[in-house]
Design a protein around this ligand. Structure first.
Ligand code: IFM
Length: 404
């Protein structure tokens, strides 16, 4: 069992974001994808929430909401706009953000790759380019060396399987390819890159804890037929667990992103059915299934690593639904703790409303609402409820206590 760093809070309470989704005017392969009309209603991320230009009010708000942790991602295309040229301005702004978080008593969880690529890297073939490892590891080493004094929790890659499937299998994200073979090859490439990044980060920052944010879903057979059951088992293994197995020796904590349950039906092939009639769903059309979090936490705990819930959240215009979602999922976290899972934090997705990739700005995932016209931020009641839960659990060891 890996030990949790004594310099970290016993339990991390907070929320997550990613650079492209909140920062604004980020020039990468997604910006180009948006320009070519691939996002719902031809939306472009544009200034997003304008967070990069003006981060301080948000960071203050995170503090006021009682968070002791915040997961952010660094935007590679800002930091290294051309191969081998690093932007002092971008690095200074990220340093400012990390220093401010430290001053506010908020532990940063820093993601190095969250779906976006510098265009120069994408143009060379992205992670398939012959020098991909050299490029990515140069970027990783550069930022870790510069920020190792301010961050000790690092996530190399966000949701590698989602990234591979959406961009190379379903073709709805850049680069828009539809090849199962390439999806599998990319997953293998990302395994190798994660391992190398892990080694490199540990060389540069031996005390850092390094992990990856695994997107895990519950996959169940649509009917009890032998074929649906076999398909569900196959998808569960290949989407959820193969990657985990392949990098398990290279993760100090288990980062888990959880959202929903999906169903496998032989007539639909590998494409899961997202819901069954009558189940409660979010504005993404995803089933709300809190028990799934419990099952995945218990399954993840077999890997004998501290678990960090790196994302869990709901797209909804109805904040009452968000409040219920939050309490029901936290209740399942507490149950998993009582049953022996070592869970070291819960980071809600998301801190702020943000740009939801191919869906644009319609889905509202934020604990804090953003008015995209005025850029005004308003903490939702769910954020205040979350703060009350955090306060009730301050300095508590053992399972978290969740009001009913
Ligand atoms: O917005 C995304 C995030 O970038 C990765 N995990 C899932 C979230 C909701 O779809």
């Amino acid at each position: 069992m890996t030990t949790w760093l004594s310099s970290l809070p016993n339990f991390l309470w907070g929320a997550s974001t990613s650079s492209h989704q909140i920062e604004g005017f980020t020039d990468n392969d997604w910006t180009r994808w948006e320009k070519s009309g691939h996002v719902a209603d031809h939306t472009r991320s544009g200034r997003a929430t304008d967070h990069f230009r003006n981060p301080d009010p948000d960071l203050q708000l995170f503090h006021q909401m009682g968070w002791n942790a915040y997961r952010l991602s660094l935007e590679w295309s800002r930091i290294e706009p051309e191969p081998g040229h690093f932007s002092a301005t971008a690095m200074a702004q990220y340093r400012h953000i990390l220093l401010t978080l430290r001053a506010l008593g908020i532990t940063p969880v820093v993601t190095l790759h969250h779906f976006t690529l510098p265009t120069w890297f994408a143009d060379r073939g992205g992670f398939f380019c012959p020098a991909a490892d050299t490029h990515f590891l140069t970027y990783v080493a550069y930022v870790v060396e510069k920020f190792r004094d301010l961050a000790s929790l690092w996530i190399t890659i966000n949701e590698p399987m989602v990234y591979a499937v959406m961009g190379y299998g379903q073709g709805v994200w850049p680069p828009g390819q539809t090849s199962l073979i390439k999806t599998r090859r990319l997953a293998r490439r990302l395994v190798a890159l994660h391992r190398e990044s892990y080694r490199r980060i540990k060389e540069l920052a031996p005390h850092a804890m390094v992990g990856l944010a695994h997107h895990l879903a519950i996959f169940e057979p649509y009917t009890q037929s032998w074929t649906d059951k076999t398909l569900a088992r196959f998808v569960d293994t290949s989407f959820n667990w193969r990657f985990v197995e392949e990098i398990d020796a290279y993760q100090d904590f288990f980062g888990l992103n959880y959202y929903t349950r999906q169903w496998l039906k032989t007539s639909h092939g590998l494409q899961p059915v997202t819901t069954k009639p009558g189940v409660p769903v979010t504005d993404m059309g995803w089933e709300i299934y809190p028990d799934g979090l419990y099952h995945l936490l218990m399954r993840a705990s077999r890997y004998q690593k501290p678990i960090l819930i790196t994302e869990n959240g709901i797209a909804t215009e109805d904040d009452t639904q968000r409040q219920r979602f939050l309490l029901e999922h936290l209740d399942r976290v507490a149950a998993a703790q009582r049953d022996g899972a070592e869970i070291r934090g819960y980071l809600h997705w998301s801190a702020l409303d943000n740009f939801e990739w191919a869906e644009g700005y319609r889905p509202r995932f934020g604990l804090i609402a953003v008015d995209y016209e005025s850029l005004r931020r308003t903490p939702r009641d769910s954020a205040l409820l979350y703060r009350a839960v955090i306060r009730a659990n301050q300095n508590r060891s053992g399972p978290i206590n969740v009001p009913r």
